[in-house]
Structures are given as structure tokens and as C-alpha cells.
Design a protein around this ligand. Structure first.
Ligand SMILES: *Cc1c(COP(=O)(O)O)cnc(C)c1O
Length: 458
């Protein structure tokens, strides 16, 4: 009998005689081995994260980081009293980031970890909205930006703010500082430049935007603060383009968000919001949580959250330091530039961003030149057959009729992998050229694995 229940062969257990439950709530139990195997095997159909060049997020972490994640799987970061050292590590990370981004007094400024840049961006937007109201702002608040990531559209819609995205014009892919006066007014709560644009990977020129806002104010216009969305660039610029001025060195920059789980190299699930000075985060947004007899200010949308990501972020900071981050990020840029060179040589492509550290993140963005009767959705689809996930999508407002493709390079993507990818792109292009009778794919047919699709506006 026992032999019937526990055969040596896992796949002959009774749990495998029926398909996995996927409708109503399951009535019966399964052995853990069976349940595990069902879940594990189903996930074989997911893409391979390290071959996913559409994502900005961490897809490789070292064994020590994995160990810290496993050791802290049961820690809730909101329980500051129960897990005081996790709270302490979070505070240290905030000070380290404030220092990295040149806050005037890193020891006294405020900031918080979040689930990612979306939450951090929303917190930055809310602080700007509350400051605007405290200045006497009434009416409908607005936020001015270039082409932004969808989190700003969410912020605007969820919190009743008008989002004024300046459309692209001319041959420039980022916000024109000259356009700002036309879009800003007394109800502009902040201008949001993106330091590492979603669409192209390019850095918006925060210093020039700040100077334009200085001129607007000097000419009698409103005095408008800046929040920098540095989701992807916040951990690059300081190490690989240190002379680029985009952070708290500019007095107009009042807050910055970044994704620890992108170029911060932490595992998925951590972002950061940092304010220039404590006074830039309005008091009424802060909730005090009891903390070892004292008080711990918290400012988050979530309550319970895992602690491991913050712990592992701190591990990354002390493990790598400035020297280590500079080395890791430079290596990633090196691979990106190598890929860009190879790409220019094999296809009818025009490069928009070739992975230069002074211009943008370690990504390569390109479009097709005139001629071929296939499009970038076709290429994306062909590459997918080999397991490579690379996004093709239209440019934002102003140039929606142009399709571009973007590959984001990350820590753990080696030169050899870049060579294999280039070889597959070459093979795909030859296949597409050899099959000219096929109908080119549309964006919808190619599958929507970009994360920046514009939402439906109701
Ligand atoms: C990824 C990204 C976001 C959203 O960040 P999450 O950490 O995924 O929530 C916001 N802004 C920009 C510019 C991004 O690249």
C-alpha cells in the first residue's frame, strides 16, 4: 500500500493523473512534491529572464545576495520595532543615496525604500502636490514632463493631476528645455525630467531644464521645482558619467526616485525616493510608527513589504562601494557599445542610442532604415523563436509613426551572450529577406512584452 502512495517515480503519483487545477478553488490536497513539480514545469514556458533585453530589471544576482534574500524571507519591513536592524539598514541606504546624489546634508535628509520606482515616483509627485498647495496653490494641479514612463500617467490619474507631456519635435528624442514656458504655469507642481528615458534610454538634460526654469522664474514666472525620475539612471550617472550634473547639485531638484532593482543591482522589489532636504517632504505625508521606544517616520503606499530587498541593497552598497559599482556598470556599458557596433555592421539599422555613458543608460536603441519589406516587429518575433526578448514599439507623441527597438543591457549579460545575440539577429534578417512574400506583423501580432504601452484613456 505504502508503495502505491510513494512510488520512486514522482510522475506516477496520483496527483499527475489529472491536469493541474485552474478554475475554482481546489478541493483536494496534493503532495508538496507534486504541487512543486506542476508549478515548476508550467513555468518552463516563461521567457528566460537573462535573455530578456526588454527589461531594465535585475536578472542576475550573486549567491550571497540569494542567501540574504532567503534568510530574510520572513521579515516584514514595516515592523520597525521587531526588526530594528532591518530598519537601520534602510536608513543607512537612504543616507548613502543622499550622499551619492549630492544632497546638501545627507545625514539629515529624508527618504524611503519602496516597492519600486512607481511607488517612489508617486511619493515624489504627492510631496510636490502638497508643497504646491502649501504655497497657496488652488485649482487643477499639473505636472510637466517629456515622454514619461507609465507610472506618471498613473500618478496623474489616481491623484487628480493633469499630466502635460511635451510632445517630441524635430530630431530630438528628449524634452526641449525651450518648450517649458509654454507648458508651465502657476499650477505646475513640478517638472519631471527622466534620467534614462524608457523609450530610448537617453538621459534628459536635467541641467538645461533647470536653467530654463531659472530663467522662467527670473522673468517673473513661477518658481517650479524638479523631481528627477532616475529609475534606471540613478545608479549609472554617479559612477560612469560623474561630471554629468543631474542630481541635488542643482538646487531646483527637490526629489529623486530610482529603482534599486534596476541598475541598483538589488533583486526585484525595491525602489527609493529621496528628498533634497527634510523640509522638501511635507510633514502631513509622514506617519509615525513606534520604533524601539522612539519614532520611525514612514511614508509609503504599502504597509507590509518584504525586508530582503532592502537588506540585499545594503549588501550591494557595502560589497561594491563606488569602485565596484563603477566597474560593474562600465562592464555593462562595454557590452552595450560592443553590441551597438556589431548591430551597425549587420543590418539596415540607424542607431538612436549606442550605449554611451554620457548620453544615456547601458541600452541600445535603433530603427530600420528605408528599404526592407520587413519591420522591427518581424525581427522581434524571429528573435523570440530563439528565446531573445527584445521590445519593438512606436515612439511617443510627436513621432508615433516611427517604430524603434531597444535592448537594455544589464549586469550578467556577457560579451559572449552579445555575440550570440548578434549572430541570431543576422540569421533572422537573412530569413526575413529570403521570405519577402510574408505579410509584415503588426505591433499587436508581435506580442506586447514592452512594459511601456500607453494606457487606454477612458
Ligand atoms: C522602470 C521605470 C519606472 C517604473 O519603475 P518600477 O521600479 O518598475 O516601478 C519609472 N520610470 C522610469 C523612467 C523607468 O524606467
Amino acid at each position: 500500500m505504502a508503495e502505491n502512495l510513494f512510488p520512486n517515480d514522482l510522475f506516477s503519483l496520483p496527483g499527475f493523473t489529472r491536469p493541474a487545477p485552474h478554475g475554482g478553488f481546489p478541493a483536494h490536497e496534493l503532495f508538496p512534491d507534486v504541487a512543486y513539480e506542476i508549478v515548476h514545469d508550467e513555468l518552463i514556458l516563461d521567457g528566460v529572464a537573462r535573455m530578456n533585453l526588454a527589461t531594465f530589471c535585475t536578472t542576475w544576482i550573486d549567491d550571497k545576495a540569494r542567501r540574504l534574500m532567503a534568510e530574510s524571507i520572513d521579515k516584514n519591513i514595516v515592523d520597525k520595532d521587531e526588526y530594528p536592524q532591518t530598519a537601520e539598514l534602510e536608513k543607512r541606504c537612504v543616507r548613502m543615496l543622499a550622499d551619492l546624489w549630492h544632497a546638501p546634508d545627507p545625514a539629515s535628509t529624508l527618504g524611503t525604500s519602496t516597492t519600486g520606482s512607481s511607488e517612489a515616483a508617486i511619493l515624489g509627485g504627492l510631496a510636490a502636490k502638497f508643497r504646491w498647495r502649501a504655497r497657496g496653490g488652488t485649482g487643477m494641479p499639473n505636472l510637466v514632463s517629456g515622454p514619461v514612463q507609465v507610472c506618471w500617467e498613473k500618478f496623474a490619474r489616481y491623484f487628480d493631476v493633469e499630466l502635460r507631456q511635451i510632445p517630441l519635435r524635430g530630431d530630438r528624442y528628449t524634452m526641449h528645455p525651450d518648450d517649458l514656458p509654454e507648458y508651465c504655469d502657476d499650477n505646475t507642481i513640478a517638472v519631471v525630467p527622466t534620467f534614462g528615458q524608457t523609450f530610448t534610454g537617453l538621459f534628459e538634460d536635467v541641467a538645461a531644464i533647470s536653467a530654463a526654469l531659472d530663467r522662467l522664474h527670473a522673468a517673473g514666472g513661477p518658481d517650479i521645482p524638479i523631481h528627477v525620475d532616475a529609475a534606471s539612471g540613478g545608479f549609472l550617472g554617479p559612477f560612469t558619467a560623474p561630471d554629468l550634473v543631474w542630481d541635488f547639485r542643482l538646487p531646483r531638484v527637490k526629489s529623486i526616485n530610482t529603482s534599486g532593482h534596476k541598475t541598483g543591482l538589488a533583486p526585484l522589489g525595491v525602489g527609493w525616493a529621496i528628498w533634497r532636504e527634510a523640509a522638501d517632504l511635507p510633514r502631513e505625508l509622514i506617519f509615525d510608527v513606534d520604533y524601539l521606544g522612539g519614532n520611525m517616520p514612514t511614508f509609503n503606499l504599502n504597509f507590509s513589504r518584504p525586508g530582503g530587498q532592502v537588506i540585499t541593497q545594503y549588501y550591494n552598497f557595502i560589497r561594491l562601494g563606488r569602485a565596484g559599482y563603477a566597474r560593474v556598470q562600465s562592464a555593462t556599458y562595454f557590452v552595450a557599445r560592443h553590441f551597438a557596433k556589431g548591430l551597425g555592421a549587420i543590418g539596415p539599422f540607424e542607431l538612436i542610442h549606442a550605449g554611451e555613458p554620457e548620453r544615456g543608460i547601458a541600452a541600445v536603441t535603433w530603427r530600420l532604415t528605408e528599404g526592407p519589406d520587413y519591420n522591427l516587429y518581424d525581427l522581434s518575433d524571429r528573435l523570440r523563436a530563439r528565446g531573445w526578448l527584445i521590445a519593438a514599439y512606436p515612439l511617443p507623441a510627436g513621432r508615433q509613426d516611427e517604430t524603434i527597438m531597444r535592448a537594455v543591457f544589464r549586469h550578467g549579460f556577457t560579451l559572449d551572450m552579445a555575440e550570440l545575440l548578434l549572430a541570431d539577429i543576422g540569421r533572422s534578417l537573412r530569413h526575413l529577406s529570403a521570405n519577402p512574400w510574408r505579410t509584415p506583423l503588426t505591433r499587436a501580432q508581435a506580442g506586447g512584452f514592452t512594459h511601456d504601452a500607453a494606457p487606454e484613456v477612458p
